[in-house]
Design a protein. Structure first.
Length: 255
């Protein structure tokens, strides 16, 4: 206390809490006393959480109390809803994507402090790697598409495939060997991403060989075609009057 004889003296406490003081007024030998209670509350230092980014329209806020036993209240722009405005870890839902500022007011028996936090809500992309495709040869073009404006993309491809531009949804690609390949397409909206896969099949182009020009005595002939690719199929065709023992056999009899 600055002056214990002054009725309006300034005073300070070493610790927060309630203190009872006695005031004695003297008129020579005559005196009277009265008491007063002074309560000292700690001033909170509000913390609304760290700036953050979330995928979607919901976010779990992360305010922290600075003083045990205090209460708090959230506030935000119109259209925002809270699971509980007095919960430091309230779930908040916003009406549309974008950046919002949330205010956290911490109250310790009338002693208050306020802090703010910015949260950015991003839309989740829906990746579309395009349709599965089969091509003759070792070259093709991809057919992925972006679901959102301004997003970025990245192809992840297995060994044996090469892309002209791994960030282009419609990049040209080539295979080193024939076969089936599964590719992964990642669409990203900053930290929000989604994936999709597509299967590309490359078939070898056959080089048909029907046999050598020949001459035969009679009306029958054993054709001698050859397959250029293992597993390939073949079909014969010719003049209307010609018949075949097996139309789809590379070595068949002709009548």
């Amino acid at each position: 206390m600055v002056d214990s004889t002054s009725p309006t003296s300034a005073l300070s406490a070493n610790n927060y809490g309630a203190y009872e003081l006695i005031w004695i007024e003297n008129n020579f030998s005559c005196s009277d006393t009265d008491t007063v209670v002074m309560v000292f509350h700690e001033i909170p230092i509000a913390f609304a959480g760290n700036t953050d980014t979330v995928c979607g329209l919901d976010y779990a806020l992360k305010a922290e109390y600075s003083v045990t036993g205090t209460s708090g209240t959230w506030s935000a722009p119109a259209g925002v809803s809270f699971s509980n405005v007095n919960d430091s870890d309230a779930m908040v839902t916003v009406p549309s994507f974008g950046t919002y500022t949330f205010l956290w007011l911490e109250d310790n028996a009338g002693c208050t402090d306020q802090a703010s936090v910015q949260i950015t809500f991003l839309e989740n992309p829906v990746a579309n790697a395009g349709l599965n495709d089969t091509v003759c040869g070792l070259n093709n073009n991809l057919s992925a598409s972006f679901s959102l404006s301004g997003t970025s993309g990245q192809w992840i491809v297995p060994a044996g495939l090469s892309l002209v531009d791994s960030t282009s949804p419609t990049s040209a690609l080539s295979a080193s060997t024939y076969g089936s390949y599964e590719l992964l397409w990642i669409e990203s909206n900053f930290s929000c991403s989604d994936t999709d896969t597509v299967v590309m099949v490359f078939h070898e182009i056959p080089i048909a060989f029907a046999g050598n020009t020949d001459t035969v005595c009679g009306l029958d002939y054993a054709l001698k075609a050859e397959y250029s690719v293992t597993g390939a199929l073949g079909t014969w065709s010719g003049p209307a009057a010609v018949s075949y023992t097996h139309l789809r056999a590379h070595e068949t009899s002709l009548h």
